[in-house]
Structure formats: C-alpha cells, structure tokens
Design a protein. Sequence first.
Length: 270
Amino acid sequence: MEQIHDPAVLLNEIISAAEKAGAQKIRKLGPVHWDNKEVPLVKILFRSRPENPRILLSAGIHGDEPAGPHSILSLLQRWNDPLLSSLLSRINLDLFPLINPGGFAKKTRQNANGIDLNREFAKGHPAQEVRYLMDDLRYREYAISVEFHEDIDARGFYLYEHFPEYTRPFAPAIIKRLEEEGFTILKDPVIEGMPAENGIIHPGRGRKKSHFRRHGWPKAIYMFRHGTPRTITAETPTMVPLDDRVRMHGITLVTALEELCGRGGSTTPP
Ligand SMILES: [Zn+2]
C-alpha cells in the first residue's frame, strides 16, 4: 500500500473504509490542535452481539510509527474477507486508529507539544489526547487490548504481552504464525532493557515497579490496572517495507482473535 503522510487524509480514508465495512458508530472524542491544523481523535465501534467479548484496538500513539494506522486502514479495507468477517462476527470492537495526529504530521514519537503520550497514563493532568482516551476508557473493561507500534532500531518483530496467571499466553501462537509467513523475529535475550524469549517480553517480570513510577505509565499498563486482563503490544521493525509491517500487524490481530474466540472459517492469514 502507498504510504500517506497527511494525518487528515489518512483519517478520512480510515473513516470511509470503516463506513463501508459497516461500523455502527464513528465518534469524534475531541479536536487535536497543532500549528494551525486540527484533526479529531476518532473512535470507531463495531458491534455484534452484546454477550460477545469486547476488544480494544489502537494505533498511532507514537507519530513516527506510521505502520499502525496504515494497518488499521488495510484491515478495514479487507473487513469482508471470510477469515476477518468470521472473527468480527464474534467480537465487539472499539478502535482508535490514530491517537497522535500531530506527531504523525511531524513524524515525531511525541505529540506536537513534545510529549510522549504513551507515558501520560498515570498523570492527573495528562496531555489532551490522553485525557480524551482516559475519559472514554476509565470504566470500560475489555477481554483484550491490542496496540500496534513500531521500533525504529529493531531488526525483527517482537511483542509485549500481559496476561493473567491462570491462563496461557497468546504470544507464542503469534510468533509461530509470523515465522511461518517468513517474517524475522527479534530473538535477543534482552529487549528494551527487559528479559525476552523468542521475541516475547512479559512486562513486569524483571522490571521493578519503580520503573513505571519514574517513567510514567504506558497505555497498556493503564488498561491492565483498570481491569483489562490481557494486553498485547506489537512492535514491527520500521526498517522493513511498509507492506510487510502492515501484514505483521494484521497477523498479530487475527491470531490474537483466533486464540480468544477459537478458529472459524478460512485459516488463510491476511
Ligand atoms: Zn511506539
């Protein structure tokens, strides 16, 4: 797919793809301003049956990680593929496609005011974008929260998974599927200062509690602490082509949903 550099253009493409895919609601939580520009922080809702699990999917909290929002666009454009539509009929999905439009425009990790939005989730007065998210997410619990990220320096894919002690992790199935599709996994024993195994980091293990007090909470910790039992943060290597990163994110989501709901329909990965 062709890379889009203007956040307003990308968001319009995402909204139009979501409408075509049959989204029940597209909500504008509030405006994000930078320079003389304004782009809303958008939430998209897909609903099946109320008793089905609720899933949170988000992308674009770091502005220099363009694959995430492009992956959302790609998934929405393929919403009616048999595998995706079969999975989607068994979940309720809340989707934040582009959390940091100002940073996306400037190609910076931080927002246009220089704030890393993924370290704001323990603050009483966080940045505007995070305030919109926290106001929306505070009383919601999801079966799983999946975040699409990228790593500029990494030579391969890796992910973080938080999961309850009494269940099995989903990460090994995701890594296995990515390897079957020929993608490189980062197998360093330490990634981002944390012990890792086969491209999987279980945050919290080997990291002192004071770390998050010092550096601020990322969104995944916020969700975990507010009742979402499982969070997956997928990191694609920015150095490989955009299409590959988009496919890696797609495989991450589909495999996580298959682990959650069981397989159904086709098993051809996206
Ligand atoms: Zn990131």
